[in-house]
Design a protein around this ligand. Structure first.
Ligand code: 5GP
Length: 202
């Protein structure tokens, strides 16, 4: 059966562990592909252009918007982030489920544009734990940590708009929960209807 892939949005506050979860689900399910976003933020140590992000200056990012090259984009803590359209469409048409690891404004735009997308919100077990994780990973200055913690409170208010909420208390369990959701979505009646139609014609 050839099917179109599902678009899976994964959001949650910075420091909640989305990146690690996404990395592990990609290793465990080979039908999943990740969309590499464009951003105007500077690369962190070890990040590679084209693999972690497409690192662009503000003018190039603006050009992508003007050329309708982005499925969605948003400003987050003074930088722009966006999902390149053509790569996502190609992967979906190829039958892959595509993961967008994006913040809440972008997730809202995807829900509006692609109503059959699946959205999953990853919540931290507590706000204290979130702050501790942001501090421990030592990738941001104290000022940026404060901004991201304040932003987390805004993001939590949007959790109710998502199709699913998972809690990243124990990583292994959370990864399993996300994989279960993605797998169950593949067998939704709506998504299987063309297969059933084909069966009944033979
Ligand atoms: P970071 O700077 O920590 O890599 O990402 C900051 C936030 O931007 C995270 O919540 C991340 O999920 C989000 N983000 C990454 N790529 C995109 C994108 O293409 N679009 C949107 N809307 N958010 C993104």
């Amino acid at each position: 059966m050839k099917r179109k892939g599902n678009l899976i949005v994964i959001s949650g506050p910075s420091g909640t562990g989305k990146g690690t979860i996404v990395k592990q689900i990609l290793e465990k399910d080979d039908n999943l592909v990740i969309s590499v976003s464009a951003t105007t933020r500077s690369p962190r140590t070890g990040e590679q252009n084209g693999k972690d992000y497409h690192f662009l200056n503000k003018d190039d990012f603006k050009t992508m918007i003007e050329n309708d090259g982005l499925l969605e984009y948003a400003e987050y803590c003074d930088n722009f982030y966006g999902t390149p359209k053509s790569v996502v469409e190609k992967a979906l048409n190829n039958g892959n489920d595509v993961i967008l690891e994006i913040e809440v404004q972008g997730a809202q735009k995807i829900r509006e544009k692609c109503p059959d997308s699946v959205s999953i919100f990853v919540a931290p077990p507590s706000m204290q734990e979130l702050r501790a994780r942001l501090k421990n990973r030592s990738t941001e200055s104290d000022e940026v940590i404060d901004k991201r913690t304040a932003q987390a409170a805004v993001e939590l208010k949007c959790a109710g708009d998502y199709n699913y909420i998972v809690i990243n208390d124990r990583l292994e369990k959370c990864v399993q929960d996300v994989l279960s959701i993605i797998n169950a979505e593949r067998y939704k009646t709506d998504r299987m209807s063309s297969f059933i139609k084909e069966l009944s014609q033979n």
